[in-house]
Design a protein around this ligand. Sequence first.
Ligand code: DLL
Length: 355
Amino acid sequence: MLARPLKDCVRIHSTSGTTGKRVVAFYTQNDIDMWEDCCARAIVAAGGSDEDVVQVCYGYGLFTGGSGLHGGSHKVGCLTLPMSSGNTKRQIQFMMDLKSTILCCTPSYAAYLDETLYDMGYTTNDIKLKAGIFGAEPWTEEMRHSIEKSLGIKAYDIYGLTESSGPGVAFECCEQNGMHINEDNFIPEIIDPDTGEVLPEGQEGELVFTSITKEAFPLIRYRTRDLCVLTRGKCSCGRTLIKMCKPKGRSDDMMIIRGVNVFPSQIETVLIEKGYTPNYQILVDRVNNVDTLDINVETPEGTQDYEIPAKEHSLAKSIKHMLGITPKIHLVPQKSITRSEGKAVRVIDKRKLHD
Ligand code: DLL
C-alpha cells in the first residue's frame, strides 16, 4: 500500500496487531509535518500554548500516541516531557517537580495515575495539571467526569488511527462535545457497515476516511470499523470543522451475548454511575450452549463483607436494566484488577477460544 518509493519515507509506525493483522504505516517528512500540525491543533484546542508543560505518557516506539503528541507539543512550543507509559510513581514525581500542566495518555492510564497520586499521599493541590488529552480507546462521559473531578482538570478527547497517521485526526475543543475532524486533511463519511451505503449527516454508522494530503500511505474511503455520528453545526469555539461524536465502540468490539448487542462502554456507564471505579473486567463464555456474562468489579472502599451480596445484586439489576440481560457480578478486592498503562483490555471473550 506504499504510494512513494521507500527512499522518500522517513519513518514507520505500527499497530500492535493483537486483535488482527499488524498494520505498518509509512511517513514522508511532509506526512510527519501534517500529522504533528494536527496534534498541535489538539493541544491548542485544549488550551495549550508555549507556556505549557506537556507530559506525554502515551507509549513511544511503534505506537503512534507518544510520537504524535510529542511532535504536536514541540510545534506549539510547549516544554515536552517524553515520559512514555509505565513507571507510574516516577510519572507522578515528574508531574510535581516539573509542574506539568497538560497530561497526554489513554483515559485508563489517566485513571491509574490519579489513583497512584492519592496512594502516594498527594492530592490535586500538589500538582499543576489543568488539562488532559485522552484517547486511543473508547471512554464514556461518566469516565470523563470522574477523571475531571478527581484530577481537577478538563479532559479532552482525541481520536486517530495508525492508518491515518495516528492521533489528531479529530480533537475536542472547549465545548467538549464531540471532536472536530481536521477536514483539510481527512474527508469523513459515515456508511452503513452492512451495505456500504453512505448515510446522511446525523445518522450512526461506520466512520470512513479519505486522506487528501498524505503522501506515503494515502487512504481512499478507508473503513475504520468505528461506529459514530457526524454533525456539522456552529461550534461556540468558532471552528467550522465537522464534528464526530465519541466512537460508540468498534463494530468488531460489539459482543453478541444471548442475542443481545453489548458494548463494554454500556457496562462502564452503569459502573461509574453507581460509584464504582473504572477498573473492571468483562468475561464472556459459553456453557452448555448458553452465553454467560461475568463482570469483575473492584469493591468500593469502606464496603463491609456482609454488604457485598446486596451490592452485587443491585449492580446486576442496573446492568440488566441497561442491557436486557443479567450478568453475574463479582466484587473483587481493591486493586486486584491489573491496571493498564496503555490501552486497557476490558473484555475476555472465551467463546472465541472454543470456536
Ligand atoms: O490509538 C492512535 C491514537 C493514539 C489515538 C493516541 C488517540 C490518542 P491505533 O492503535 O491504530 O491508533 O488504534 C486506532 O483506536 O480505530 C479506535 O477504535 C480507537 N480509538 C482511537 N482514539 C479513540 C477515541 C491509535 N478517542 C483505534 N475514542 C481506532 C475511542 C478511539 N476510540
